[in-house]
Design a protein around this ligand. Sequence first.
Ligand code: CA
Length: 677
Amino acid sequence: MKTLRLSMLMAASAMAACLAGPAVAQTNSKFDARFISYPTYNGNDLELSVTSDATNFRLWSPEAQEVILNLYDNGRTGEPYSRIDMKADRSNGTWTASLPGQLYGKFYTFSVKSDGKWLPETPGVWAKAVGANGKRAAIIDFSLTNPEGWDADRGPEVKNFTDVIVYEMHHRDMSMDPSSGIANKGKFLALTEQGTTSPSGQKTGIDHLKELGVTHVHILPSYDFNSVDETNLQDNTYNWGYDPQNYNAPEGSYSTNPSDPSTRVREMKEMVKALHDAGIGVIMDVVYNHTAENDGSNFELTVPGYYHRHWDDGRYSDASGCGNETASDLQQMRDYIINSTKYWAEEYHIDGFRFDLMAIHDTETMNEVAAELKKINPSIFVYGEGWTAGDSPLQTERRALKENVSKMTDIAVFSDDLRDAVKGHYTDAADRGFATGKPGNEETVKIGIVAATAHPQVDFSKGNNSKFPYATSPEMIVNYVSCHDDLTLTDKLRRSMAGEPEKNMLDAAKLAQTIVFTSQGTPFMFAGEEVFRDKKGVHNSYKSPDSINAIDWNNKERYRDQFDYYRGLIALRKLHPAFRMTSADQIARHLKFDKIDSSKTPNLISYTLTDHANGDSWKDIKVVFNGASEARTVNVPKGNWKIVATDGKISPSGDLGSTNGGKMTVAPYSALILARD
Ligand code: CA
């Protein structure tokens, strides 16, 4: 999310606390202590359930004095046609009402009386369908929203999470530019269009994704968010969507008709189905860590105080940097996160979840999320940002921090180690990294290469960001050099390599992604980098217009060589399990670094994946990265080596020639990959 800048500082301070020994045990704030005694309710009939002959409502609000159900004919305007007093069930804190018949097509809100005053109406926290702008919940028949063949729809099977290749995209970025050739611009349906091309005939949209070869798309927030007026879509307002409003309904502006509650549901499912049919999984970016509107959020209008954390004096704590943070350590909120992700997995067949500012949640909640999702589909991949963007009342040792990832099962975290070391620090646009000629980052890049697991040849004390091997398995690490936050890789290279020919930047981009895609762990890339996409130098484009954010697909012809290289890299990784080892022990045994004195020969890393690592068909794979602006010479052992990558070219089958070893030259800003049977 947009506040990463702060979050990195927090990650650093949290790490310092970990290294200093166990943190002093704290209790949650005095203000929040009273909520622990609230009765909770975990039934799947919360707020709305429709049976063959009745429509039933059940709102959880333990301290409410009265609750009224408001029923409407319209999703946005007009007065309620009925107001119904709900009945309290004090044993579980819920309020119920039941009406005869199936009220499909109607809308509803709840009014809660708390501390003697009526709060503004709310659609509740479990609205699964909503009217335009999400102020009223809708009653729809979900069985009518399924695309043809939905019952048989399945995402790709994932054996190990290191097999996943993530492509992070925003719906508008992919399709808004006229060069996309896509009709449903900025919509869920954009990715259902086959055969779309750029003006010069390059594949775009879903055909482009298939051609590239990624296994999963990670879609930026696609639940109903607050910042785009769904009744005024002609304004083309852009937002990343990290401002959650209704967690369990799709965003209306991505549908072709936000006023019809079924349309967004059906169209999002059609997108999922089209991607699944193409063999591609769908990962949702989820932002349970905060709400957009503090007092005006559906959480506060339903159960004042409960779902957000506070300091002792009752102020909202703000580990999100967005005004508040939620309280996963309280049972009803924990169950909410678990049940919400389960709902998306079951109703929408979602294949993975990326947790924004995951360290605002506690490790226990995250473990339960992963365990429950695994029961639905063992291929579901869960990962997140292992940091916060501000201090929290939640004790450091309970936070789902990067440094605590080994306390979690089937959860991965983003590694900022490789990211900052390869291209230069994100807080300084001009800063260079390993791949752009700056010395001193070699050991941190090696931390990324071994997926932050303990390795006899990696000295974690020299790490820039992390000082200890925090992962106990490569399945805990997501490696990347850029994402929606901060400068795109292209913009970062243009700033940090200003004055150099563009060829050097293209070479450095290839080298940077070669490091990501050959490293252990799960690789992750930002949409469009395969066509050297930029954002005109804007580092925080969360509400910048499409003219900044949309990918210009003419770039695919302009930088076709770049695209072909990325495609080759992805194919190489998919063909060769040596790059996708599944345990720390395997990596320690089969990944051998060559001894290089970085003080004499900086920006050079060389290692070999040995002895058919992870069952690879190749016996040995030699990988050399030269991030210097000058060519380097390396010694390759004698043997019959195939050349897989050299001087900005790549061939997954090793068809770039052969060598018997000896002295070999590695071009500036490039990777050399060799293999022998
Ligand atoms: Ca919305």
